[in-house]
Every structure is written in structure tokens, then in C-alpha cells.
Ligand binder design. Structure first.
Ligand SMILES: [Zn+2]
Length: 106
């Protein structure tokens, strides 16, 4: 448990953005849920825990409790779609753009 408490802030810095008060991130499964440090859970990915995946920064991502408990290994890896090298503030804008595009297709 102590390990995952240290890991979460790092994951937020890697995949999320800071809204001025706290770190937020989208669920990596792409369900649209916005997570904070209380609601986020740590998902083992790309190597699942049952295959020996470790709880390290390069084998974890943030997911909502509901998606994480479904344990779908091949669900949309939204966090992998984020262009690498984006600053946290740019990631938020990027997500917003994806949503706008999704809704405008309807
Ligand atoms: Zn989710």
C-alpha cells in the first residue's frame, strides 16, 4: 500500500493535469471518468498482475474503480493515445478536443 501511495502522484504527473488545486486525470480505459487522487485506482498495464506485472511507473496507469474492477485487458487504452511529450495543461486541452470531435460526429 505504501508503494502505491507514492506511485499515484507520479502517474498523475505523467498522464494527468493540474487544475490549479489538485491533480486530475482521465480513466485510462477511456470511459470518460475524471479521476482525482481519491477516486483513481492503479491498474497494472501493459503486463497484468496475474502475469507478473509489477507495481512500477512503467507498468501502471490510472483507472476508475469500475473499469479497473472489470479487468478488461484489451479495453481502449486511451492513455496510450495521448501524444507523448505533452505538458499537463496541454493534455487537458487534448482530451477536450477528443471529446468535441466525438460529439460532433453524432
Ligand atoms: Zn473508467
Amino acid at each position: 500500500m505504501r508503494k502505491s501511495k507514492k506511485l499515484k502522484p507520479k502517474l498523475f504527473k505523467r498522464d494527468g493535469w493540474h487544475d490549479g488545486q489538485k491533480w486530475l486525470a482521465r480513466c485510462a480505459f477511456g470511459c470518460g471518468e475524471i479521476l482525482n487522487s481519491d477516486t483513481a485506482t492503479i491498474d497494472h498495464w501493459p503486463i497484468p498482475r496475474r502475469l507478473g506485472g509489477t507495481l512500477k511507473l512503467d507498468n501502471t496507469r490510472l483507472a476508475c474503480r469500475s473499469c479497473n474492477s472489470k479487468d478488461i485487458e484489451n479495453a481502449g487504452y486511451a492513455s496510450q493515445l495521448i501524444p507523448p511529450g505533452l505538458a499537463p495543461a496541454q493534455r487537458q486541452a487534448w482530451w477536450r478536443e477528443q471529446e468535441n470531435q466525438r460529439y460532433s460526429e453524432w
